[in-house]
Design a protein around this ligand. Structure first.
Ligand code: ATP
Length: 362
């Protein structure tokens, strides 16, 4: 039975050679029962340490971890109904694929007929039916990782913890496996917690994304909300590909109201709209939210440096007149080449304004 998970001011300190390092810094969080929740963030932000505390492989320095109403903070891993799949694949080399997937069930005394049924189901979803009687050494890396996932899923855990299970796979295998993991999740009554530093995986698979920064919660929200309403410059830059353009602007008060003045453009704020920060702010504009041409309220010019064509759309990497890097994603720039000057525009409603401390102010 899937369970909800609650972290209440969970802290993990590591002490090495007299130094104390705070890996997870008073993290409080609710993970809904049966959800697919992804922890994402740059290397060292505390994702794996948090996952290991959910597994019972690390004990928090302070705070509590609960599954439903039960405080599991000090429960050892074997007393939690949790399965975990790691980045490095751990299969038993002397057992067939079928035996590997069914091993966890066997040691829990599940009869062979039921074991086989569950193995066959998982193998069908993961598309490894033809490999079931093979040995691990005969499989590709992607197939081996599917076997490891199958072994975790068939145990029908309350909580399934996945730590970067796709990081060693190529792009095509990753995108196939993303779909298969979601299919398995839909078929089973399991709460999945997934760790990755890849924001594409986080955005495509999850019901909710937990973005960490230096052991602290930066933002938790469903993917679309995180994309559209980042609470800070850090979140806006981490989520989205290519990264959000961020431009330094002066805040100038004039007769017609307040304007944000950046390199080569001036954005007038509508009457009644003001930014709390005086002096300077940073304006964030997603490359996808720029119009080529002059339809938007604010126009600016981009000196084109590199154009990447992605099929239906292109990514233009360029700079504003003061050298600020600035990218544009559009299906209307097919013929842009390095050296061109591209006129683009945007509306205030599609932009973010960040104050001096990096928090979103508008
Ligand atoms: P990555 O994406 O690189 O795996 P992460 O976000 O999963 O990173 P963690 O592995 O949780 O990060 O590590 C968080 C911080 O805690 C890092 O600074 C790391 O060096 C430190 N850390 C993790 N485990 C230990 C340990 N056993 N002893 C000392 N420091 C540790």
């Amino acid at each position: 039975m899937a369970t909800s998970i609650h972290l209440d001011t969970v802290r993990k300190e590591f002490r090495t050679l007299g130094n104390t390092h705070v890996a997870v810094d008073d993290l409080s969080l609710d993970i809904p029962e049966g959800s697919f929740t992804t922890f994402v963030g740059p290397s060292g932000c505390g994702k794996t340490t948090t996952l290991r505390m959910l597994a019972g492989l690390e004990t928090p320095t302070s705070g509590t971890v609960s599954f439903g109403d039960e405080d599991v903070t000090d429960l050892p891993p074997q007393e939690r109904n949790v399965s975990m799949v790691f980045q490095s694949i751990a299969l038993y080399p002397h057992m067939s694929v079928r035996e590997n997937i069914g091993y966890g069930l066997k040691i829990h005394g599940v009869p062979k007929a039921e074991r086989d049924e569950r193995i066959d189901e998982a193998a069908a979803v993961l598309q490894i039916e033809a490999q079931l009687e093979k040995m691990p050494a005969e499989l590709s890396g992607g197939q081996q990782q599917r076997v490891a996932l199958g072994g975790a899923f068939v145990q029908d855990p309350d909580v399934l913890l996945l730590d970067e299970p796709m990081s060693d796979l190529d792009a095509k295998l990753k995108s196939d496996l993303r779909v298969e993991i979601q299919r398995l999740h839909q078929e089973l009554d399991t709460t999945v917690v997934y760790v990755t530093h890849d924001q594409t995986e986080a955005m495509t698979m999850s019901d909710q994304v937990v973005l960490l920064r230096d052991g602290e919660l930066a933002q938790v929200d469903p993917p679309k909300r995180l994309f559209d309403y980042p609470n800070s410059e850090y979140v806006a830059q981490f989520i989205g590909m290519p990264s959000t353009n961020v431009v330094d602007c002066a805040v100038e008060a004039g007769d017609g109201g307040t304007a944000l003045v950046g390199p080569g453009f001036e954005l007038s704020l509508p009457a009644g709209v003001d930014v709390p920060a005086a002096g300077r702010v940073r304006l964030g504009i997603r490359p996808q939210y720029l119009d080529v041409g002059s339809e938007g309220a604010c126009r600016l010019s981009v000196d084109v440096e590199v154009v990447e064509t992605l099929g239906t759309e292109s990514v233009v990497h360029g700079r504003l007149e003061d050298g600020t890097p600035f990218d544009v994603v559009s299906d209307a720039v097919d013929d842009a080449v390095a050296g061109d000057r591209l006129d683009v525009s945007f509306d205030l409603a599609d932009a973010f304004v960040f104050g001096e401390d990096g928090a979103t102010v508008l």
